[in-house]
Design a protein around this ligand. Structure first.
Ligand code: COA
Length: 194
């Protein structure tokens, strides 16, 4: 597991996951609100299975996994995969505890995460998939500067009808353009990296 260390947003902090977080991970993956919104990182399972998954995740050099905290309380998780080329990332899961939705945690954690991707890791692009009826995910993606590059028509069936799968991408330039005026730190001057 490539560990991103601690990333601080305004209301959330992304930090190293610990074994004590796994019971909450399990609860979220079993929650129908989460399952309706997005595919799960892993199916619900016994604690020993989660421990094994955690150990396996720790061996995967391209996997990035964080627990998300707010005020010292665990409120979510994020999972991403660095491409083998090392210049891009797939954001696979950003999950906030459904009991704590719509408090701004998702947006704050996403902003902190993308600062890390683009400003610290210096990646070229980030990709994410979402379902077309996932209003919260689409709103966050739009705020980060993502644009749709492909669409799977009628890919998911729920409540008697089909919804599309939306494939999204944000390039570093779009991110910089979007967030240029709201940086908390000045960009590194070109002479500093020569
Ligand atoms: C997507 C998710 C992380 C958002 O978390 P959250 O903490 O509720 O998000 P926020 O409170 O920061 O809201 C983000 C934006 O979406 C909007 N929003 C949230 N829920 C919404 C809903 N049900 N309908 C419409 N808009 C919604 C908010 O108003 C906010 O928009 P704003 O910035 O313009 O005010 C959360 O819903 C979740 O865990 N979903 C399950 C997993 C998932 O779908 N992940 C995304 C794909 S990786």
């Amino acid at each position: 597991m490539a560990l991103g260390g601690t990333i601080r947003g305004k209301t959330t902090t992304l930090r190293l996951p610990v074994e004590a977080d796994l019971a909450s991970y399990n609860d979220w993956m079993a929650d129908m609100r989460v399952r309706h919104a997005h595919w799960v990182w892993h199916e619900p399972a016994m604690p020993a299975t989660w421990k094994e998954r955690f150990t396996e995740a720790a061996k995967d050099k391209q996997l990035l996994l964080w627990s998300i905290e707010s005020g010292g309380v665990l409120v979510g998780l994020a999972v991403a995969h660095l491409w083998s080329m090392g210049n891009s990332v797939d954001l696979n899961h950003l999950v906030i505890d459904p009991e704590r939705w719509r408090r701004g945690y998702g947006c704050d954690a996403a902003l902190a995460l993308h600062r890390f991707f683009f400003d610290y890791l210096d990646l070229r692009r980030a990709q994410a998939d979402t379902r077309a009826d996932n209003a919260a995910a689409l709103r966050i993606a739009e705020a980060m500067g993502y644009v749709e590059y492909a669409r799977g028509h009628n890919a998911h069936y729920r409540n008697g009808s089909y919804v599309d799968e939306v494939k999204l991408i944000v390039e570093k330039e779009a991110w910089q353009e979007r967030w240029r005026s709201e940086r908390e730190y000045p960009p590194v001057p070109p002479e500093a990296v020569r």
